[in-house]
Design a protein around this ligand. Structure first.
Ligand SMILES: Cc1cc2nc3c(=O)[nH]c(=O)nc-3n(C[C@H](O)[C@H](O)[C@H](O)COP(=O)(O)O)c2cc1C
Length: 268
């Protein structure tokens, strides 16, 4: 399927950017996407999109990035959000849509872990009641940057049957569903740990979270939003009336072990 092949599969994180300027027209295209086309998980939660340029990495180097390393990028996108139930999944979902839009525009991006959201707000002089929920660095890839996508879990590892104790034959997936699930298997996650699984029933898929000691609370929820967006975006490309994810409880017993968490479900 085109969207999966051209956008989701082609994307990989970028940590070395060229000095090429991101033009106003490109920033405008991203903003228009956010304002007019963006899909979210929880409509009622207010968000705000901000762009920062220049020597921002110095200002936020202590508050974002693995091991306190914030690399230099032409633009840093910050998504602010009201705090409410599922606000981080919602923010992760929205920001992943923007990240894929950045890919579509021929640029590259990298999610940055937030070590101290309040410090980011202070360092960037953000005057808002909303919280810093996501930081994504983006711009044009440096010409000598040969970063490859990190290896991802297979479809067979990601997917289970109607409950956590049942195996699924992934060869039986119809092509659209297979692409949606491959898009999930290809999603970005903190340290590429991919601590989640998808249970695939005849009419629903369920997202469940695996325990991950290394992933903090923030990134745990952002990961879920990112993977839910990838599923939705690939489904939406062929079925614009595609059902949306719901945080309502599961209607069946998913036989989850105690340390596995039910997250959300989506009709298929
Ligand atoms: C919530 C989140 C936080 C991340 N934080 C960082 C980070 O601070 N530094 C970094 O280099 N990469 C970061 N990444 C990028 C992941 O390491 C990357 O997505 C993963 O290794 C998979 O590689 P790929 O994006 O090339 O497919 C983050 C990704 C996510 C989803």
């Amino acid at each position: 399927m085109q969207y999966y092949e051209d956008i989701v599969k082609k994307r990989n994180s970028c940590r070395s950017f060229s000095d090429r300027k991101v033009e106003d027209a490109e920033l405008m295209a991203i903003r228009e996407y956010y304002e007019d086309e963006e899909s979210d998980l929880v409509d009622e939660i207010g968000t705000e999109l901000l762009f920062f340029f220049g020597n921002v990495h110095e200002a936020i180097s202590k508050s974002v990035g693995y091991n306190g390393i914030c690399f230099k990028a032409p633009v840093y996108m910050v998504l602010l959000s009201d705090k409410a139930d599922h606000y981080l999944e919602n923010a992760g979902y929205i920001a992943q849509g923007i990240t894929l839009k950045i890919t579509e525009l021929g640029m590259a991006a990298c999610w940055m872990t937030i070590n101290d959201a309040a410090a980011v707000k202070k360092a960037l002089d953000i005057d808002s009641d909303k919280e810093v929920a996501c930081v994504v660095a983006f711009g044009y890839r440096a010409e000598d940057n040969d970063e490859k996508a990190a290896p991802k879990i297979s479809l067979d590892t990601l997917c289970m049957g109607c409950d956590f104790k049942t195996e699924v034959d992934t060869d039986l997936f119809y092509p659209e569903l297979e692409d949606c699930l491959r898009a999930c298997a290809h999603a970005q996650s903190f340290q590429n740990l991919q601590p989640y699984r998808m249970l695939v029933d005849t009419d629903r898929v369920y997202l469940v979270g695996l325990p991950s000691e290394m992933t903090n609370e923030y990134d745990t929820h952002l990961n879920y939003g990112i993977v839910m967006f990838n599923f939705y975006a690939v489904m939406w490309a062929v079925r614009p009336e595609a059902p949306r994810w719901s945080f309502e409880p599961s209607d069946t017993d998913l036989k989850l072990p105690d340390d596995v968490t039910y997250i959300a479900k989506c009709r298929i």
